[in-house]
Design a protein around this ligand. Structure first.
Ligand code: FUB
Length: 323
């Protein structure tokens, strides 16, 4: 197995979404900064203001920083906090999907477009209609259809919504009730809007029952990612306050998905967020930790490690290095 490798040492970077475009790896991370905001459960200390794009010809090769590709000052509807983005390619254009609080402090998901994978990206004048919460991750299903997975609890505001409508109370369900789910939605053919109402990404336990809200070691918290392996759909995510990257397998992009296990044990830091990509016949887990900043949760550094499957298609657990 390849060694874990930090990718950038002159900037803090997190939530890396990696893709292979034109035979190279492109990485779209959050760009962490020290904004001097005290740490809280709402994530106010994650006060990021721009994105950089990085590329590599080889998994062990030099990491090229393509500079600032989108700045908060150029987004007409911006309030604060550019969180974890993702990029999809269709018909000659690259679409950068990003979560950002609007001027009323509500997270929405925006889109910015480029002709090149390395940007720069030009933002649309408004967020996606009907979008809410954080952490968009887009699956190219290979048949012309693209699906966005999104959502995040606590500071990510997912608990404020039921059936895609904002609700008054905005609490998580009781421990013995079904857990809140990530959302999945098909994108329009031209990519910048939702083609339908978002649906729940249901995760079932070994008995076929939906995971419960109190099942903090398995229930969805944030950081959706979807990849396909041997014809199956692998939905992976962070459990947030228990700091695990887990996954569940389904037969189609909408699920339901059955919980399988842990991909990555806790890393140094609070958040854990990742992407999984195949490159030249091997699979890789891009993720982050806070080791280089001495454990500051809001100053993270992205890294990569090889990911391996067992013969039955389950994923071998990787040690995140905290314990
Ligand atoms: O980077 C800000 C937030 O922290 C992301 O949106 C979450 O997934 C967590 O990694």
């Amino acid at each position: 197995m390849a060694k874990m490798r930090y990718l950038v040492n002159d900037l803090y970077t997190a939530d890396p979404s990696a893709h292979v475009f034109n035979g190279k790896i492109y990485i779209y991370p959050s760009h962490d900064i020290d904004a001097g905001i005290p740490e809280n459960d709402n994530g106010d200390h994650f006060a990021m203001r721009d994105y950089h794009v990085f590329s590599m010809d080889d998994i062990d090769g030099e990491v090229i920083d393509h500079g600032v590709v989108l700045d908060i000052k150029d987004i007409p509807w911006a309030g604060r906090q550019l969180w974890a983005p993702d990029v999809a390619y269709k018909n000659g254009k690259y679409y950068l999907y990003f979560p950002l609080k609007d001027k009323t402090d509500i997270f929405r998901i925006g889109v910015a477009v480029s002709d090149k994978p390395e940007g720069p990206f030009v933002p649309q004048s408004d967020p996606i209609k009907g979008s809410y919460s954080i952490d968009p991750a887009v699956l190219d299903d290979g048949d012309g259809n693209f699906y966005m997975y999104f959502g995040g609890l606590w500071g990510g505001q997912l608990q404020r919504y039921r059936n895609n409508k904002a609700i008054e109370c905005g609490h998580e369900p009781a421990d013995d009730e079904p857990a809140l789910c990530a959302r999945v939605v098909k994108l329009t053919d031209d990519m910048p809007e939702f083609a339908e109402e978002p649906r729940d990404v249901l995760i079932l336990d070994e008995k076929g029952e939906p995971l419960k809200a109190g099942d903090h070691k398995r229930r969805f918290f944030e950081a959706s990612w979807m990849h396909k392996y041997n014809g199956k759909y692998y939905f992976s995510y962070s459990t947030g306050n228990t700091h695990l990257l887990c996954y569940a397998i389904g037969d189609n992009p909408y699920g339901p998905f059955t919980y399988q296990g842990v991909i990555l044990t806790p890393v140094v830091g609070w958040t854990t967020h990742h992407s999984i990509v195949e490159f030249r016949g091997k699979w890789y887990l891009f993720h982050h930790d806070s080791v280089p900043s001495g454990g500051k949760t809001w100053l993270r550094s992205m890294k990569v490690v090889e990911l391996e499957y067992n013969e039955d298609g389950t994923i071998k657990t990787i040690n995140g290095g905290r314990d």
